[in-house]
Structure formats: C-alpha cells, structure tokens
Write a new protein. Sequence first.
Lengths: 162, 162, 162, 162, 162, 162, 162, 162
Amino acid sequence: MNERASGDPRVGILFGSESDREVMSEAGKVLERFGVAHEMQAISAHRTPDAVRDYARQARDRGIRVLICGAGMAAHLAGAVAANTTLPVLGVPLPGGTLDGLDALLSTVQMPAGVPVATLAVGKAGARNAAVLALQILALGDEAVARRVDELKEAMARGERL
Amino acid sequence: MNERASGDPRVGILFGSESDREVMSEAGKVLERFGVAHEMQAISAHRTPDAVRDYARQARDRGIRVLICGAGMAAHLAGAVAANTTLPVLGVPLPGGTLDGLDALLSTVQMPAGVPVATLAVGKAGARNAAVLALQILALGDEAVARRVDELKEAMARGERL
Amino acid sequence: MNERASGDPRVGILFGSESDREVMSEAGKVLERFGVAHEMQAISAHRTPDAVRDYARQARDRGIRVLICGAGMAAHLAGAVAANTTLPVLGVPLPGGTLDGLDALLSTVQMPAGVPVATLAVGKAGARNAAVLALQILALGDEAVARRVDELKEAMARGERL
Amino acid sequence: MNERASGDPRVGILFGSESDREVMSEAGKVLERFGVAHEMQAISAHRTPDAVRDYARQARDRGIRVLICGAGMAAHLAGAVAANTTLPVLGVPLPGGTLDGLDALLSTVQMPAGVPVATLAVGKAGARNAAVLALQILALGDEAVARRVDELKEAMARGERL
Amino acid sequence: MNERASGDPRVGILFGSESDREVMSEAGKVLERFGVAHEMQAISAHRTPDAVRDYARQARDRGIRVLICGAGMAAHLAGAVAANTTLPVLGVPLPGGTLDGLDALLSTVQMPAGVPVATLAVGKAGARNAAVLALQILALGDEAVARRVDELKEAMARGERL
Amino acid sequence: MNERASGDPRVGILFGSESDREVMSEAGKVLERFGVAHEMQAISAHRTPDAVRDYARQARDRGIRVLICGAGMAAHLAGAVAANTTLPVLGVPLPGGTLDGLDALLSTVQMPAGVPVATLAVGKAGARNAAVLALQILALGDEAVARRVDELKEAMARGERL
Amino acid sequence: MNERASGDPRVGILFGSESDREVMSEAGKVLERFGVAHEMQAISAHRTPDAVRDYARQARDRGIRVLICGAGMAAHLAGAVAANTTLPVLGVPLPGGTLDGLDALLSTVQMPAGVPVATLAVGKAGARNAAVLALQILALGDEAVARRVDELKEAMARGERL
Amino acid sequence: MNERASGDPRVGILFGSESDREVMSEAGKVLERFGVAHEMQAISAHRTPDAVRDYARQARDRGIRVLICGAGMAAHLAGAVAANTTLPVLGVPLPGGTLDGLDALLSTVQMPAGVPVATLAVGKAGARNAAVLALQILALGDEAVARRVDELKEAMARGERL
C-alpha cells in the first residue's frame, strides 16, 4: 500500500502553530502511504487572518480537494477556513486547552448552519482518521484511491492496523 | 435553489429510532432543496445489528455515495455503519443522554484508527450541516451540485441563511 | 444617571445572529443609561467573514473605542474581530450550545498570545457587565464617564442594583 | 482461595485492542484465583465486526455464561456483543479518550431498552470487579463458586483486600 | 410474553425515597411481563441504615436472587446493599443531583475492589434495562426465563421494542 | 502555637483505605499543632460496614466531638458515618476517580435532608481545612482552642500561612 | 419538635441577593422548628463589601455561633465572610450559573488553607442541611438542642423525613 | 519593541499566593517589553482581606490605571479587588483546583451585575494576554503605547509571536 505520492497536492493540511506540526504530520504520513500528494502549512486564524482567507479562497483553483485543519484552545482555524471555501473542511481538535481538547472539539464541531466542519477525534488519532476520511472522499472520484481504501478495510479485517 | 430531487438516492440517512426521524429529516430537507435524492431509514445498531450490517455493505453498489447517521445515548450507529463500508460516514450526535448530546458526540467522534466518522454538531444544527457537508463532498464530482453549493455561499455573504 | 447618549458611537456591539440581538441589547441599554453612544450590528464570522474583517479594521478610524462581541456555539466572532483590530475586544459568550454557554465561554476566552479577548459571563449578565467594563475603560480618559461610574459604585454600596 | 481453574471456559473476556490486554487480564487473574476457567481475546467492533458478531452468537453454545468486554474511546465493543447475545454482558470502560474514561463509561452504560450492558468502573478497578460480578452471577447456580464468594466477603470483613 | 408473575419474589427492587418509586416501577413492569415475581421497597442508606443492612443480609435466604437499587444524589444505596450481600446488585442512578444523574452514576459505579455494583443507565431507561439484565442472569439457571429472553431478542430483530 | 496534644481524642479521622492515610494525616498534623488530641483509623463503608457503624455509634460516648472522613471514588464513608451519628461529620473528598475528585466531592456533599456532611475541598487542602473547621467548632466551647484559632487568624493577617 | 425560637439569634443566615431569600429561608425554617433563634440578611461580597466585613467581624460579639452563607455564580460570599471571622461558616452553593450550581459549589468549597468553608449541597437541599449541621454544632454545647437532634435521628429511623 | 519601563507603575499585578508569582510574572514581562511600568504583589482575599481592600481603594490615586489579578481554586481575588475599585480589573484564572482551572475561570468570570472582571485564559497564556489587553486599554489614551501595540499586530502578521 506504500507508494510515493506525487503530482500537485490534493489535500491541504493546516495548523494554527508550528508546535502543532508534529501531530498533524500524522495525517500527512497516512496520505503519503496511500499515494495522495498533500501540502502542510502553519497558519493562524488570529495572528495571520489574511493568510487564512487567501489560502482558503485559492485552494480549489490550486487543485486542492479536501482541507484538514488542526487547532487547539479557541480552535477557530477550521471554521475560519470553512467560512472562505466550499471544499470539504475536516477539523482535528488539538489538546492543550482547559478541557484538554474537549474545548477545541466543541469549538470545531459547533458550526453555524451552512458552514460545516467535519470533525474528527482529538489529537493524533483524529489527524490519522482525517486522512482516512479524506481518502474516502477522494475515492468517490478516483478508482486508484478507492482500491487502496478497500484494501485497508480488508487488511483490518485480517487483524492489521492502520 | 429549490429543485426537485429525483433519480436513485445518492445519500442514505439512517437513525437509531423512529423518534429520531424528525430531527434527521432536517438533513433530508436540505438535500431535497439542493436537488440531491436521498433515502431515510430507522435502523438500530443494537436491536437490529444485521440490518445495519447489510445496509452498510450494500450501500455503495446501490449508488449511495455518502451516509448520514444520527444516534443518541451510546450512539454506536455511525460507528457500526463505518465498520462495514468505505463510503464517507457523517455522524450526527443526538441529545437525550446524561450529558445531553455531549455523550453522543464523544461516542460518535472517537473512532479507532482506520474507521473515521465525520462528526457534526448535536441535533438539528448538526443534521442540517451533515447535509451541506454531503453536498460539498458530492460537489467534488458533480458540477451541478458544485454550482448550487457556491450559490449558497454567495447567498450567505448577502445575509441569507441556509 | 440616565442621560441621553448622543454623538458618534464610541462602543460597537456585534453579535453573530439576529436571534442574539435581544440579549446583547442589554449592553446597549446600560451604555445608553450612562450617556455613551453605541451602535449594534448582526454580523457572522462564518457566513459574512469579509463584513467582520472590514468592520474591525475600520472601527478605530470611525471613532469606536471598545468593541463588545456576543456569540454562541463555536463562538468565533470576538476572536475574528480581535484578529483585525487593536482596540479592546470584550467577549460575551451566549448559551445554546452543547455545554449551554460553557463551550462558547471557552471558545471566547482561550485566545492565542497577542490577541486577547476580555471575556465576561455567559448571556445577559455578561452583556450588562461588558457595558460596565466598557464604561470603566472609557472612564480612564473621560471625566464625565468616570464620575458616573463612581456614582454607580456608591449607589451599589447603598443597596441599589445596576 | 487459590485453585487452578480448569475445564471449558465459562467466562469470555474481550477487549478492543491488544493494548487493552494488560488491564483486562486483571479480570482474568481474579477468575483464575477463584477457580473459574476463562478465555481472553482481542477483537474490535470497528475493525473486525464479523469476528465480534460470530463470537457473541456462538458463546452460549460453547459453554460461556458471562461475557466481560473492555473498550475505550467510542467504546462500542460491549454494546456490539450485547446486540448479538442474551448472555449477561459486563462492560469495563477504559481510559484514553478525551474525558479519560468518562466518555467510554457513558458509551458503555447508555444502552437502548432491551440490550443492557452491566457497567463497572473505569480501568483496572472495573476489570477486577467485573470478575467478582461474574463470580456472583455464576454463584447463583454453582455451590463451589458461591462458597468462595462468601469466603471473600468474610475475608474483607477481617480487613483483607481482594 | 405477558404472563402473571407468581410465587416468591426472586428480584428485590429498592429505592432511596418514595419519590423514586415511579421510575423504579419500570423495572417491576418488565419483570412482571416476563413472569418473574419481585418485591419493591423504599429504604434509605442514610435515614434507615439498619433497614438496608437487614434487608441485604436476609435477601438470599428469602429466595431473592438479584437486587436492583435505584438512588440519586450521593446515591449510596446500591453500594450499601452490596456491602452486605454477595448477590448480584444492579444499580440504577437517578437524576436530580447537580450533574443531573452523572453524579449518581459515578457514585454508583465506582465501587472498591471486591464489592461490585453492575450499573445501568440513568433513570427509566436504566430501570428497564436493570430488569432485562436480571432476566438474563436468572435465565442462566431457568429455562423458562431463558426462552422468554430469547423471544425478546427475536422480537427486537423484527423491529419490536421492549 | 505548637503544643503537644494529650488526653482522650476529641476528633476522629477516618479514611476508606490505608492508601489514604498519608493525605488524611495532614488533618492530624494541624490538630496536633493546635493541641487537640485525635485518633486515626482506616475503615471501609463497603468492605467493613459493621466496623463503620459501630465506630460511628460509639464515638460520642467515647468523647469524640467531631468526625473527619476522607474517601475517594464512590466516597460513601462520610455518609455512612453520618447515617449513624449526630456528631458533626466533615467530609474530605479524595482524588483518584474518573473525575479526579469531583466525583468524590459530589458523592460526599449531596446528602439527603437530615443527614448533612460538611464538605471540604478535594485532597490535602481539604484535609487541612477539615482540621481547621474542627478547631473552629471545638472553639465554640473551649476557650483555649478559641484563643489559638484567633492567633492563627492574626498570624495569617501578618502574612503567615497555616 | 416544633417550639418557638426565641432570644438572641445564634445563627446568622446571609445570602448574596434578595432573590436568594426564598431558598435560604429553608434553613431558617429548620432552625425555627428546632427552637434555635436566627437572623437573615441579604448582603453582597461584591456590591456591599464593607457590610460583609462588618457583619462578619461583629457576629461573635453579637452572640452568633454559626454562619450560613448562600450564594451563586462566582459565589464569593461564604469565603468573604470566612476571611473575617473564626466562627464556623457553612456554605450553600446556589444554582443559576453556567454549570448550574457546580460552579458555585467549587467556588465555595475550594478555600485556601486556614480559611475553611463547610460546604453543603446545591440549593434548597443544602440550605436545609446547613441548618441541621448548625444544630449538630450547637448541640455540642447545648443539651436541649442535642436532645432534639437525637429525636430527629430516631424519627428518621422510623421513616419520617426532616 | 524592548524599552525599559520607567516612572510610576500604571498597571498593578496581584496574585493570591507567592507560588503564583512565576506565572503572573509573564504579564509583567510583556508590560516591561512594551515600556509600561508595573508593580507586583502577593495578596490574599481570604488571608489578608484588609490588604486587598486597601490596595484596591488606593490604586487609582497612586496612578494605577489597570489591575491584573491572578488566582486559583475559589479564585476570589479579582472579584474582591473589583468590589473596591472602578478601575478595569483583568482576571487570570490559575490552574490547581479540582477542574484544573475551569473552576477558577468560572469563579472569576461570573461576577454580579455592576462589578465586571475582564477574564482571560487560564495560566501563563492568560497572564500574557492580560498584559496585552492592559496595553490595548492604555493605548486608548497614550500614543506611544498605541504605536507599540500596532507594531505587535504588524509583527504577528509577518509571522512573529508575542
């Protein structure tokens, strides 16, 4: 199942602070392993709001199909991105706040009508599953990805882990 | 933006109990309004586990592209469906448990590696946004849906609501 | 202590949805009673992100000195405003989410370093105290407001309520 | 009170991941000490749903009388087993989720009408008491077990610990 | 499945206050419907501790096989009973405390090693499932009860509810 | 303020498990320092219920005036003691449960009408303040203790700590 | 047990706002019924801090032996009183805040070393038990009160309620 | 942006215990870096209530313009200060309580009408942002501070951190 991802990135992975890179790179590793090119970028809804807006508005034209956003504390990043694109936005709440991730989870998932964020579990587990969800979404229009996702399902049934 | 959905359903909306139908029909109304055919069914991970398994395994071949699952309390439905398909599964936690939906949210979102559930907010707000997320996913491979999703974005920028 | 507020607004009161207007008007009533002109506007960080940005960036030049932002659920409004201004931003978390305001409180208060939001209590009590805090801030540079704030303190010591 | 358990297993101990084995083996040790044969198996409601179904459906015919299921995070294992058997199912929530076990506890205990899971405390304490509860259940039809359970009660009254 | 329960009670249903009787009678109705005789009694771990002790110590000799205890707030009843018997004790946390049942749930389920309480969901849902669990336990030694429990399983698979 | 406590114990300090002795000895140290004799004993509401009952019923006649009870998890000890005496019972919730002491706090404080437990903070801080509260209670009828409690107040006003 | 309380008040009941009077009068009713004179007063730690200080400092000399303080939200009243007296201070957390009384409970109970507040349950139940605790404290030095408290214990054992 | 703060302190930083000094000095460092003189003092609402009252009442006349108060547990300090001044009071909840800072957050933020505390995030992050908020408030009447606050905004937009 390990083949080298190449070509233009189809998934953008964003995170609010450089200190979040390690956790969110778990998503990148899964995409890499399934042969889907991606890009990663630290970007802050509060410190660099214009950068967030520009990235989100240009993502579709740059070939991005799914966005994965990781943030903790107030955790506004996924929402700020979703406000500026109609691409599917997957949110990964990160620990570190007063409720150790539950706060970020609720900030991420409770979006107003019309601006959804598809939310995954807190932290690394969520980052990995965000990548799997991105693969499942891409699989709807990409036979090669679909085949690899099915192979993962079969491997898990044999007792293997992601 | 209102056109009659027709043809085979592309989205399946499942819920754990007939008493959940009203809340989950909010998702159906949004899909209908955006011209995407869907089907709705009450089905229980605990009372009718075989029905859940069969539905999930046959969904892709029946033309379903996205699954929306609403459940409260232990809220295992979305997870039981995701265990049996590689289609994107969107989970809508429903209120009614001891933590009034937070429990269902955590049961829905905290899936093991390899079996993601894209989780939305609790209750009607989540049901509506699950439909919008389904539209955003379908839009990646359907120009007509993509155009309508963009129109929603523009309408919201003018102050309209979903 | 009741005198008619007139002149250009010195406090801007923002809220994420028209349904929040009633709660946030409690802040307006206090300002009015203390003779400080204000303006109120429904504006959404997610549905109308450009309007939020423009409002926040132009507020200082328009004579606004303090911003009061009320929002519920993901509650990103105060943070989105603070990202685009250096004026003091006071946040009023609103109930309605899964944790009935605690979620909005944590979304509002847990801002990243350099972009503070001064957070008040959830709901009407918070809206009223946001106005009092705005008065205390304005009082630092306005003798008339300072005198009225002191009179409130003395009135409370005599057993009166705000 | 220590005698070698032999014969066909009367208690099945299941857990969602190999990493849960150590905690759940606390239940096995108690059963062993009271002379009740058991078996242990890692099995996942989400990665290997068919294995869970088959195990649960065949357990009674294989002589199993009580099932003990440990799982964390979404913690669906006990519920998935209970959906497929009428044997008493005892659930042990495991820590590791966002609420550090409270989430698993609520996922385990909040079952729909007709499909109970007898829930114990989170983690090792719960695993040990699940075994004691299994012994109390078996004691209703087994004089030898009943005598040993009574001896435990008397030993505790003298100040001994389980 | 409805036959008249007769003979000596095999299940004792206890609750901490007369105001809990209505909720706990849900358990009694299920037992009645499945033909298992039971008895109900209000009894308080704090106001009438001797009555609790005496009831628990004499229950086995009076033919009781399973005890169901419902209590709210500090919710010590199930634990106080379990301290004085080796019969299986099923605990039903009741709402009304500061955490609306979560407090009672944690008071009920977190028992020390050697003194388990099999805990069900909060309130009526828990009371009903306590009865089903009692039936599953009795079914291990009673063919007639076992047959009825299996019939319930089949009925649920056909879409019926408890 | 340090004088040797002597004579019959006027305060009884109880705790549910030997592992709680270290925390609860903080209460003992404060009493010792203020010259009030006390006794300490591990005793379990669930493993040794008769010992708890006997201790509580005989305490007054043995000269005990205040009881301090520390327990974690289900935390029934203070309540079980209060059920069997009319002496003031002070409860110290101990950490270790799923909510890390909040569970024990709610189990301790939420007593039914007529059977109060005066509850202090979780852990060592609570143990120390339970002792101070016991001193304040004894001071109502003991001039020497009253004088020492006043001296503590004055020492704190000068910046000293307990 | 109902005799007319007369003479100088021995218990002071304070509350932060007139709207709390009804709940706190539950404490007064219990004291009245047991023949212990008391006084009640609305007084605010934040609006009238000097009144709180003066009341607390003069209470002992005025013959008060126990203070009962009820407050919600930030719930600082009991702590502000305890800071200014060495009499036993009993705290009754009141509902109304974001966590519906749990917040007030934690504000009340978590006092620094040397300044304890004996905390009771939230709301009316806590107010009633604060009165019973005050009676138990007074009973240590008052035979008549001690006898009535013992009679309450016996009445409860016969099934009566407070 | 680093210039030596000199002159009379314009910001007072208070904290409930010497052990809080390190966390709260984060606020002092930020003020220092932006050239605003401040003073720091340990002072306890419960152990030294008169010192708190006197400090708060004299602060304005001593030239203080903004007060920053950090406290944990019951966290009454900010409220006790706000009760005695009309200067803006910024509250920094500190971790260490049963809810690890959430308790202090709710104690700090939920002030009664007329006595606001502008609340920041828990711990060091909150302390730093309290200083930034103080700068934003001072900037309304001080061109030099305003310029430095604007420079911080621009620096953050270039990717720098506070």
